[in-house]
Design a protein around this ligand. Structure first.
Ligand SMILES: [Zn+2]
Ligand SMILES: [Zn+2]
Length: 436
């Protein structure tokens, strides 16, 4: 069963080069390692007891892609009201129980994103729902009781968003059998554009795990994922008062870190911790609030650290500072012309050191420049859109973390795979902060 499991759920993981044949050649050990990594098991490439245990668990039928978060190309719905229709009901629950549970599962999403769901009873809905065993009209027939419980397609026309439940499961509203609310909410996550998550507390974790559904709300990881696609639902009622501009540049001007609209001026990693700058303040991303005023530098446009993560370079206008442990090094500020920038460059929007190529990228308007620290050569500027597809035309702040680059553009942020040259998922800046 293990080879089948890997072929079914890990076939997309870096398929080995086909040798003259246009088909996928399974690489058992490689696929097994990918699966072990996804589930946080010890990566042995061998079928140990823990690995087999995980494979036996009931689960969702959507493939575990090597990247969690969103589907390729970040598909999402563009309308503000989505319709759904249940064409075939389960015989294990009453129709009104199914209707109420499906509505409740959608409400977990409409509570946190500005999207509404409406049930219709005839015609074609955006999301078509059915309960059926075995073959049910698509290329992925169900497999009897256990194992695959349900599956759903990402947003799109035709089958996009459609959600199928295996009628061979014992659907319940309790802890017994398979809880319909939990599985439906997971599948609707796919139907809205969420891929599987490695976070065990997430609804989008691929294996079924019962949790008490009384007052159950969308877990944080899923909420951030879906808000990154659709934005945040503002509380209805009275509009929020606009903050008055404060002429006093004192503490009252500190930005609210948990505002979903949070924009970073600059961000980088120092001593393994992520920091961001906003106005005169900087803060560790894992901390609750903006903690400190940065000494003597008024505000920061861009920041980067080299591989050693100890010396930070901070940019403001046409000057930059070298800083270690919050102390400005002697001899600074220096002019950015040291790097070779033309005098027409008045400020740097963002900077990031890329260990993979050993170069520093500087973002200025719609262009970026790459600087090689060894040769001291600053390359001619190139258009951001041409070489970083999917991140937009401008970058406000950039940093590296866990081998990925993170590019902020307004309140949004793109997790970018430099080697594959593609966006893995969309985030919001404030999602890094511990705001819940
Ligand atoms: Zn799933
Ligand atoms: Zn199906």
């Amino acid at each position: 069963m293990s080879a089948e499991y890997l072929a079914q759920f890990y076939r997309n993981h870096e398929a080995v080069q086909p040798r003259g044949r246009n088909m996928y050649l399974p690489n058992f050990e490689k696929d097994l390692k990918a699966m072990q990594e996804f589930f946080g098991l010890e990566v042995t490439g061998k079928l140990d007891t823990n690995t087999v245990e995980v494979m036996k668990k009931p689960r969702c039928g959507v493939t575990d892609l090597a990247r969690y978060g969103h589907f390729d190309g970040n598909p999402r719905w563009r309308q503000s009201v989505l319709t759904y229709r249940i064409t075939e009901y389960t015989l294990k629950l009453s129709r009104s129980e199914v209707d109420a549970t499906i509505a409740k599962a959608f409400k977990m999403y409409s509570d946190v994103i500005p999207l509404d769901f409406k049930q219709i009873y005839s015609g074609t809905a955006d999301i078509m729902i059915l309960f059926k065993a075995g073959y049910h009209g698509d290329r992925e027939p169900f497999d009897g009781p256990g194992n695959v419980l349900a599956h759903a397609s990402p947003p799109g026309p035709e089958i996009g968003g459609d959600t199928h439940f295996d009628e061979d499961e014992k659907w319940t509203l309790s802890q017994q059998g398979v809880n319909l609310l939990l599985v439906a909410a997971h599948e609707f996550g796919h139907a809205l554009g969420l891929d599987h998550s490695k976070d065990r507390s997430a609804l989008m974790f691929p294996n079924y795990q019962y949790v008490n559904t009384n007052g159950y709300k969308l877990p944080q990881d899923d909420r951030l994922g879906v808000q990154a696609l659709y934005g945040v639902r503002r509380s209805t009622g009275k509009p929020e008062p606009k903050p008055e501009p404060n002429p006093d540049p004192g503490l009252s001007n500190a930005p609210e870190p948990c505002n979903p609209d949070l924009v970073f001026d600059a961000a980088t990693r120092i001593w393994g911790e992520l920091y961001y700058w906003k106005k005169r303040y900087y803060s560790g991303l894992s901390q609750h609030k903006i903690s400190s005023l940065w000494p003597s530098i008024d505000s920061v446009d861009a920041a980067y650290t080299l591989n050693d993560e100890t010396t930070a370079f901070l940019f403001k206008g046409q000057q930059y500072w070298g800083v270690i442990d919050g102390t400005i090094l002697p001899g600074y500020p220096q002019p950015i012309s040291n790097f070779g920038f033309f005098p027409s460059v008045k400020k740097i929007d963002a900077a990031v050191y890329v260990a993979y190529t050993d170069e520093t990228l500087f973002f200025v308007g719609i262009k970026y420049w790459s600087y090689n620290g060894w040769t001291g050569i600053l390359d001619f500027p190139k258009r951001i859109q041409d070489n970083f597809p999917g991140i937009g035309s401008r970058v406000d702040a950039a940093f590296e973390n866990g081998g990925y680059l993170y590019f902020s553009n307004g309140a949004w942020q793109f997790e970018y795979d430099f080697r594959a040259k593609r966006v893995n998922r969309v985030l919001m800046n404030y999602g890094w902060l511990d705001c819940y």
